[in-house]
Design a protein around this ligand. Sequence first.
Ligand code: IVH
Length: 656
Amino acid sequence: MKQRIDELIEIINEANRNYYTLDKPTITDQEYDRYMEELIRLETKYPDLKRIDSPTSRVGGQIIDSFKKVTHEKTMLSLGDIFNSDEIISFDEKIKKTIKNPKYIAELKMDGLSVSLIYKDGKLIRAATRGDGRIGEDITHNAKTIKDIPLTINKPIDIEVRGEIYMKKSIFNKLNEEGANFANPRNAAAGSVRQLDSKVAAKRKLSCFIYHLPNPEDYGIYTHENALKFMRELGFKINPNNKKINDINELMDYIDYWTNNRPDLPYEIDGIVIKVNDLNDQEKLGFTARSPKWAIAYKFPPELVLTRVKKIVFTVGRTGQVTPSADLEPVRVSGSLISRATLHNEDYVKEKDIRERDIVSIKKAGDVIPEIVKVIKERRDGTQKPFEMIKKCPMCKSDLSKKENESAYYCNNNSCPSREQEKLIHYTSRAAMNITGFGEAIIEDFYNRGYLKSVLDFYHLDKYREELMELEGFGNKSITKLLNEIENSKKASLERLLFGLSIRHVGTKTADIISNHFKNMNNIMNAKLDEIAEIKDIGPKIAKSIIEYFEDENNKNLIESLKNEGVNMTYLKQKATDQTIFTDKTFVLTGSLKTYTRSEAKDKIETLGGSVSSSVSKKTSVVIAGEEAGTKLKKAQDLELTIWTEEEFINNLSKY
Ligand code: IVH
């Protein structure tokens, strides 16, 4: 049977090569489908014979429970940004201080998300996102569906390459025409890669260009140009528009050319990357903490587009703040469809003199929320009336009031429905209690049905199990999952709860500082104004807001009830600056642990400043060996690494 499987894989790979790489199909679609079906059938019947490089993984189907975190052996750095020709000239001059007559490779800066691909014996074994540069997420199941990413390369070697996953403009437009609502191709690509079910990623038809070889010396390569050539020969897609640059004039020409011609490319680029070609020169130039000194990203200027303000609308946030925003005639700016721009507050609107029916120019750069740059006053036709701030809440019609020294207005009604809903949404958000499974629409619906009135009601939702089952989009499984998520949130560390309560001026950073300082909710509630205000980076405004929040009996009762529900009220995170035995060490867990699940053990290690990797290498600091530890333990012994038993691990944890 193995022979037939190998044979089918060979036929399918050959057909793919002819179709995708050489653009010359050799078999019909029906024949192709028949071979694929036979292979899928055999693999389902004999799962042990399924090869890691099987082309069936291209069509998706593998579903994972959660994204595994992985540690990058070499940090995935980002690039410094420059924005104009003066800065390009100074970059070149700075390089020339160290390198005589430098040569560069100029590349298009793909607007997607970076990926690291690891091959063992020529086979793709791991694909991971950049994450924070050090720790990313394993997305192998989705990467395997991307046709540009070879499952097997042309030499049976071990190698890591890095590049950019992106979505072509045509696919993006088609998806949105079919009803998806992605803001731009980059978001669409990132969203597709972050799917647990690889069938979804397969349907999104992503692409990938490779542009970086992290360990060139392992292959006897000494220029970036040769690294690109080598990777192309291995079967990777390398952008054909990369160009060797001999001097600053050629560089300026390249940048000019692509500034003008980028609309004709089938994908979006947001700039030009300039890299020193000689790898010895690169080494001489070195790195800053975040990025290499031998490369830089020139970013295209943000696009300015004119549109009309249809209406100025008001929303009520979770702290009751009433914010105006401009409802715009939809326009595409830098690839995203824009129909809203924030107007911040009354002073901002008055200062810019933005009026309904005005023609305005708007700008959007990268992830920044669109902003009105200026009003084109010459295009007023006399129907534009000066802006007047509203006096009553747009939702509950209560009076609005202003705090001293603040430009924002707040709804006076503490239980304004808008505000309550926003609070509920905020409570579930990732940086707060991280309860996944709720979207704004579900919360609004549950609120209107009376299932959710305050955050306490999350913990009583099980009462409505029957009713929830009746709702469209909910089944037994999804409700159980949702209720489990809610149950799990009880374990969240104090700073998440504090942030989740929607106390005015308490953002994630403030919540963390306060929680770390006071360690538990009781201490925070009993703290005096001065005690809070004196903490570094806090100050009287925040302190006053916290005191006011806890003076309110309703809020005190809420905390008491949450406590009774079993919601954690203590700070569980170790202060990042506190050194522990775990700080900056890489751990590998192997075998089965009796005390913790893998993910609990990982949480503990990360909380104490360590990281967890899935494979043992020279760089592993400690291997924690549970029962029946196998090859990883053996490898650790061969490499003479530190090995802890489960007992030693628990013992070390208990020191903190
Ligand atoms: S080189 C050390 N080349 O831009 C080398 N990056 O702003 C690091 N990007 O994180 C990257 N196109 O996601 C490189 N041709 C290209 C690129 C590119 C897009 C992205 C990449 C990187 C970000 C930095």
